[in-house]
Design a protein around this ligand. Structure first.
Ligand code: NAD
Length: 361
């Protein structure tokens, strides 16, 4: 199989963790006899420095020409004072919109060897295996009208949570399908007791459920869900929700997994003519400026994102499983980065990447 992959290292620890993910991808390609065409582009702060634009036209073109995009992270404190429309994060939102990747899949999995890294009690997190499906291209982050109006000292700020029936239907349909390949339970999260937007969301999900009689559907209010994720995480299988709620809940989920450096994500949209699903793969974490350039970053979320790329964009489940098994083996070996609190001296970012490749052999 021939993979056309765009790599966008981005800012902070982005280049360090994507380097290891690419190492693993190249290793897998060689072992299984696939050819991989890697191209590199600019996004976020790195793109602002080079071109003045967080999402240059060249990056858009490269992304649309590729089957899949692997992203590190964007954002740095030096850009914090820019208006939202010029910040590095705007580049990421633009990329997601351009690729029309409307479903963000965030697995939250508690590895037995990391159970002590979670601040929750072992008997609460043991066995946690959740897939959070977050709507990614609608809702408050994109809704119009938006902006700040009024004279200084008396401003009013406005953002709009906008969803059409079609936008809700396509992401929830994907969630039902994913639940079918897992344990058959779907939790739809909303704020239907207050928001009209959520009332439409709940109505659409309930109607869709008639097509999926084999799936157990429950509705949960977002505030209750935030609590239940910490009280009984093993009760969840697939969770589907809108953009803002999903952003917050999936970061909360990172606590269950032990470290934010462990969480991969996959954003999926339309199917391409060659059968691949156009996808954007990125760790959930940010650019971690506090540890950037020191070889301390955990690359396992980026490596897990590369595995998700093979699974969702290219349908290579055997290769993806080989990477995930190798990650498990590296965790069991104890040779992990400082965020996972190893018993001995922590491994470097590169040592972890090389260890994953060695474990695949
Ligand atoms: P962050 O995820 O970058 O860091 C939070 C904490 O987790 C830090 O202490 C950091 O050292 C640690 N951490 C993160 N990833 C790690 C890894 N792989 N290994 C070890 N430790 C890790 O979040 P933040 O500090 O709130 O944001 C920093 C910058 O990143 C901001 O500019 C923010 O806008 C941006 N950001 C980008 C994305 C993205 O690109 N998808 C996501 C979140 C934040």
């Amino acid at each position: 199989m021939h993979w056309r992959v765009l790599v966008l290292p981005g800012d902070g620890i982005g280049p360090e963790v994507t380097r290891e993910a690419v190492r693993v991808l190249e290793h897998v390609a060689a072992k299984w006899g696939h050819s991989i065409e890697l191209r590199e582009g600019l996004l976020g702060g790195a793109a602002i420095r080079a071109t003045g634009n967080p999402f240059p036209a060249e990056t858009r073109k490269l992304a649309l020409e590729s089957d899949a995009t692997l992203l590190g992270a964007v954002g740095l404190p030096e850009f914090d004072d820019l208006p939202p429309s010029e910040r590095p994060e705007k580049g990421l939102l633009g990329l997601r919109k351009a690729l029309d990747v409307y479903a963000n899949l965030r697995p939250v999995y508690c590895y037995e060897s990391l159970i002590e890294s979670s601040p929750l009690k072992n008997d609460i997190v043991r066995g946690t295996d959740i897939l959070i499906v977050r709507e990614l291209t609608g809702g408050l982050y994109f809704g119009q009208p938006r902006g700040v109006e009024g004279a200084a000292g008396a401003e009013t700020a406005l953002n709009s949570m906008v969803y059409s029936r079609g936008e809700i239907e396509r992401v929830c349909r994907m969630a039902f399908e994913l639940a079918r390949n897992r344990r058959g339970k779907l939790t739809s999260v909303d704020k239907a007791n207050v928001l009209e937007n959520s009332q439409l969301w709940r109505r659409v999900v309930t109607q869709l459920a008639a097509e999926y009689p084999d799936i157990e559907l429950e509705h949960m209010l977002v505030d209750n869900c935030a609590m239940q994720l910490l009280l009984r995480p093993t009760a969840f299988d697939v969770v589907v929700t809108e953009n803002l709620f999903g952003d917050i809940l999936s970061d909360e989920g990172s606590v269950l997994a032990g470290s934010i450096g462990m969480l991969p994500s996959a954003s999926i949209g339309s199917q391409l003519p060659n059968g691949a699903w156009r996808g954007l793969y990125e760790p959930v974490h940010g650019s971690a400026p506090d540890i950037a350039g020191q070889g301390k970053a955990n690359p396992l979320a980026a490596i897990g994102s590369a595995a998700a790329m093979l699974e969702y964009s290219f349908g290579l489940t055997e290769e993806a499983a080989a990477i995930n098994d190798a990650v498990s083996a590296v965790l069991d070996s104890g040779g992990v980065t400082a965020d996972l609190k190893p018993a001995g001296p922590p491994a470097s970012t590169e040592e972890v990447g090389r260890a994953v490749c060695a474990a695949i052999n």
